[in-house]
Write a protein that binds this ligand. Structure first.
Ligand code: GDP
Length: 457
């Protein structure tokens, strides 16, 4: 089926030294190939294994033994890929694993492309495209909610929701086609009201799914976050507190953060892609002015703003500019330097920013409050990770297109257009939904999705 079902192999564990490392081998002749490089202590061959058993032995090449090894045998179709699979687990040294992989390749396997194991699982009907994407989301998950949501999708919750609605549209289409194409047969005409009610159900379901994308995106892709504030309020110190290392240079001179410093931190299970900016003041210094321009750009593109104020000083004109900036943004106000004598700046800030936390970035004080405030503002504490959710742009766009076609079909029905016109729009909706689950996805789409995987998965 795949290049004469060639056997593919790759290191499936991380490319770093670890306690255990695993080479995955998949394809018809996986056992035969592994028998050339693996000798079980029992003397039994993997080809004669009943499967679902661990065989202890040694992996070797023509130069000699490489390492102790446990070979796990899975038989088609009950394996990850749906093919015969052998997983060779050795000690997780990179040299050992690479040498063992070379031995497997010399014995007749081909190197697996990125995502090729999961692609085979998809092509063998072990999972649909949304589940394959869930595998990727699960690998990339940074927190409990992201992992829970990915697992829900991997279980097929999203696929079932899509299938259920596709089926409803297919039923109408099948009936309409039969009725239009075979006028002589006594096929009962579908009542417009009945069709409209089913189409309404699908429309509502798709709208509900689309409304989950904001949460799904936050969970899987994180949030572009700008840390803003006038110079010297403690932006870099805050960034360092969040990142947990001295990334930004901290000095007591205004304007030290000349460039935009970027990093990703996980707060409340959500990835925040932070940019610590050079502030938004005007600068005579040309280098700093570039920093200021970049900062403004980051601020424009950010989805979430953390505005920092110095609690030990009265609000300055530049602070008021920051507050104006924040007005229409999803913004968290941070009053910093609570370890010093503080001024009462809270009341004025509250007029512009609803959620405020008080911290001392230097004393690493207030991180928990900050985390809770972020969760509350991004509403991640309220995401239902057990429900069907759209997580990727591809899923979102296909669902939006399907919804548009459903709306067209509804309009056609309501305006009394021909049933042919209704049928065409419903067909288009079905097509988009089948693309979403991959039942009718083009090769280009499938290739694009799996190329984003890592090798070995
Ligand atoms: P930025 O210009 O906004 O990035 O400010 P920095 O992070 O560079 O901090 C400016 C100065 O304020 C440095 O001397 C920091 O050590 C100091 N600073 C930052 N946070 C705190 C804090 O929580 N308490 C005190 N006392 N000083 C702080």
């Amino acid at each position: 089926m795949f290049d004469d079902n060639k056997v593919i192999a790759a290191i499936a564990t991380a490319q770093a030294a670890g306690g255990v490392g695993m080479i995955r081998v998949s394809g018809d002749d996986a056992m035969e190939i592994c028998d050339k490089v693996f000798t079980a202590a029992s003397g039994n061959k993997l080809v004669s294994s009943k499967g679902y058993r661990a065989h202890f032995g040694r992996v070797h090449d023509p130069d000699g033994d490489i390492d102790d090894c446990v070979a796990l045998v899975f038989k088609a179709p009950h394996s990850y890929t749906g093919e015969n699979v052998v997983e060779l687990s050795c000690h997780g040294g990179l040299y050992v694993l690479k040498r063992a992989l070379r031995a497997v390749l010399s014995a007749g396997a081909s190197p697996a492309r990125a995502g090729e194991f999961t692609e085979r699982a998809f092509l063998n009907g072990k999972m649909d495209l949304t589940q394959a994407e869930a595998v990727m989301d699960l690998i990339g998950a940074q927190g409990k909610q992201a992992a829970d949501a990915a697992l829900t999708a991997l279980d097929g919750t999203l696929s079932r929701k899509i299938d259920e609605n596709t089926q409803k549209l297919v039923n109408i289409c099948a009936h309409l086609s039969a009725w239009v194409d075979y006028p002589d047969e006594e096929i009962e005409e579908l009542e417009t009201d009945e069709m409209l009610s089913t189409i309404d159900e699908v429309e509502n379901a798709l709208e509900k799914l689309i409304s989950t994308y904001d949460s799904g995106k936050v969970l899987t892709q994180g949030v572009k976050t700008a840390i803003v504030g006038r110079p010297n309020v403690g932006k870099s110190t805050l960034m360092n507190m969040l990142v947990g290392s001295q990334r930004s240079i901290v000095t007591s001179y205004a304007g030290t953060t000349r460039d935009v410093v970027e990093d990703t931190v996980t707060l409340g299970g959500i990835s925040l892609h932070l940019s610590d900016t050079a502030g938004i003041r005007k600068s005579e210094d040309p280098i700093e002015a570039i920093g200021v321009d970049i900062a403004k750009d980051r601020l424009r593109k950010s989805e979430f703003v953390i505005a920092v104020f110095d609690g030990s000083e009265e609000l300055a004109k530049e602070d008021m500019e920051v507050l104006e900036f924040c007005k229409d943004k999803l913004c968290l106000g941070v009053i910093n330097k609570t370890d010093l004598d503080t001024k009462n700046i809270k009341d004025v800030i509250s007029e512009y920013i609803e959620t405020l936390v008080e911290i001392s970035a230097e004393k690493l004080d207030g991180k928990d409050e900050l985390e809770k405030a972020v969760e509350k503002l991004l509403e991640t504490d309220r995401i239902d990770t057990s429900a069907a959710m759209l997580t990727g742009e591809r899923q979102y766009l296909s669902t939006v297109e399907a919804l548009n076609c459903v709306k067209e079909a509804k309009n056609a029905l309501e305006y009394g257009l021909t049933l042919d016109a209704v049928n065409v729009s419903l067909d288009c909706a079905i097509e988009k939904l089948l693309e979403l689950t991959g039942k009718k996805a083009s090769e280009a789409v499938v290739n694009e999705i799996f190329s984003q995987f890592c090798v070995g998965k």
